[in-house]
Ligand binder design. Structure first.
Ligand code: PLP
Length: 506
């Protein structure tokens, strides 16, 4: 690919008029964004025909672009040409209907529109006063989504005129951000220490007694006997053993829709066990909670009224592009009373009234993006019925895939499908094929599929065996895409098996 001259020297793309340089000139904003909007729409029109995985080597971008920053300005059209030529070239197209890897990464016109608006507003909402509408929109959007999920009202943030509720929520970037912030808070609250002036990161890293340090995060192994879900009996044993050893069991994280196998842990029983030790229970429902807005799946959250916090990511399956992870907490005061960080320069009457939410108290960082608008725009634009329809349709397509795989006796469905993600594999066949041979055949299947550029599937390991994951969830997927990938899987599996037979004969 030829290189564009992206850095013409002695050139200014901007008039040096009496007003000087105006990076936010409203006419430029209009003109640039029109071009960008056309680019986005054309991208989606052509995305299906683009190779799913990019054919680039590590470091490719340095060969495409100059390695030193330009001194002089460049017309925006040139920037867009580089984008089209060099950036699209290196994209793994997560939005493509041929993407079946990992977990869904859905998106929508309303969410993209919001990202433009939010960037334009560029609000920094650490306190209510710093951004009243951003704070209240986030509170409202979280309360709306909590209602769709039928979370109990104790998770909702009923501040201001409606009274001061015990619960609250915040929209963070990712689940891991929630996981970094929350356990540290819970530990510190359990200790009942007053640690003003220290940020939660310090608390995590240095301020806790050894026996409560975050390195003590035992993971409980799971197996096929519980369909890879957490076993409450085993949990009691482990927590009791910790207590007997003088440790303080503090925090249990269960999952609704695990990353690897999409398993659902029994929330109610886990809450019962945690209550015996007065431990905090968090539910990570990053992917699968979106399904729970659909009545058929809501039972997976049974018992949620007895847990302490829950997080989910609409950026996975609820048509809301990255980033958007919602965290709800049932009793905010249990976390905040001993830990609020309130430097002089952030003090104000609204915060001190106790009637407003200050989002800085619910996250690691200080500044907070205008995050609620995107979630609100998605829910406001599409409404509950369309969001439910989107979930129902993805699940129906995943079932179609599952039925086809189950019908073909060369394959095995490894973990029962709960939502729109499943694990399957080629089974050992022909008497002489070992489990290791089958692992190799599955690895080969995945690599060949991904090399075609027509599909992207990822793998995982369940019960020590290599399995393929199939996740529905690009917003552009239709039944015909599922049919195409099924045909590709069938054809490629036949080729691999025929080659194995020839190899054995030789
Ligand atoms: C259950 C679960 N938790 C956590 C994560 C990680 O999410 P994030 O990338 O938002 O940290 C995932 C990602 O798939 C997930 O499925």
């Amino acid at each position: 690919m030829g290189r564009l001259d992206t850095n013409p020297t002695a050139f200014s793309a901007f008039d040096d008029d009496a007003y000087g340089f105006q990076p936010l000139n409203p006419d430029d904003v209009r003109s640039y964004l029109h071009k960008v909007v056309d680019f986005i729409s054309d991208y989606y029109k052509s995305i299906e025909s683009l190779p799913m995985l990019p054919d680039v080597m590590p470091g490719y971008l340095r060969n495409e672009l100059r390695s030193v920053p330009p001194t002089s300005s460049t017309p925006f059209d040139v920037t867009m040409k580089v984008l089209t030529a060099s950036v699209v070239l290196g994209m793994t197209h997560w939005a493509s209907p041929n993407c079946f890897a990992f977990f869904p990464s859905t998106n929508s016109a309303a969410a993209i529109a919001d990202d433009l608006i939010t960037a334009a507003m560029n609000s920094v909402g650490f306190t209510w006063l710093a951004a009243p509408v951003a704070t209240e929109m986030e509170v409202l959007a979280l309360d709306w989504l909590a209602q769709l999920l039928r979370l109990s009202s104790s998770f909702m943030n009923r501040t201001g005129a409606a009274g001061h509720g015990t619960g609250s929520g915040v929209i963070l970037g990712t689940t891991r951000e929630a996981m970094l912030w929350l356990p540290g808070r819970v530990r510190a609250a359990t200790l009942g220490r007053v640690c003003r002036g220290l940020d939660p990161l310090h608390l995590l890293q240095g301020m806790l007694p050894h026996r409560l340090r975050p390195c003590q995060h035992p993971r409980l192994p799971t197996g096929p006997e519980t369909n890879y879900a957490l076993d409450p009996v085993r949990l009691v044993e482990v927590m009791q053993a910790d207590a007997d050893a003088g440790l303080v069991p503090t925090y249990v994280c269960a999952t609704v829709g695990t990353t690897l196998s999409n398993t659902v842990d029994p929330i109610g029983s886990i809450a019962d066990v945690a209550a015996m030790f007065n431990a905090w229970v968090h539910i990570d429902a990053a992917y699968a909670d979106s399904a729970c807005i659909y009545p058929e799946f809501r039972h997976h959250l049974d018992g949620v009224e007895r847990i302490d916090s829950i997080s989910m990511s609409p950026h996975k399956w609820l048509l809301t592009c990255l980033d958007c992870t919602c965290l709800w907490v049932r009793d905010t005061h249990r976390l905040n009373d001993s830990l609020e960080t309130n430097p002089e320069y952030l003090k104000n009457n609204a915060s001190e009234s106790g009637n407003v939410t200050d989002l800085k108290d619910m996250q690691v960082g200080g500044g907070h993006r205008f995050r609620g608008l995107k979630l609100w725009m998605v829910m406001r634009t599409y409404g509950t019925a369309k969001l439910q329809e989107h979930i129902r349709s993805d699940v129906a397509m995943a079932k179609m895939f599952e039925d086809s795989v189950r019908f073909d006796d060369r394959f095995e469905v490894v973990v029962p499908r709960n939502f729109a993600l499943m694990c399957f594999k080629i089974k050992p066949h022909g008497g002489s094929m070992t489990k290791e041979d089958a692992d190799e055949a599955n690895r080969e299947l995945m690599e060949r599929l991904n090399r075609t550029g027509k599909a992207y599937l990822a793998h995982t390991v369940v019960g020590d065996r290599f399995v393929l994951q199939f996740a529905m969830g690009s917003s552009l997927q239709e039944e015909r895409h599922v049919q195409s990938v099924l045909e590709l899987i069938n054809k490629t599996t036949t080729e691999i098996m025929e080659e194995q037979i020839v190899a054995v004969v030789e």
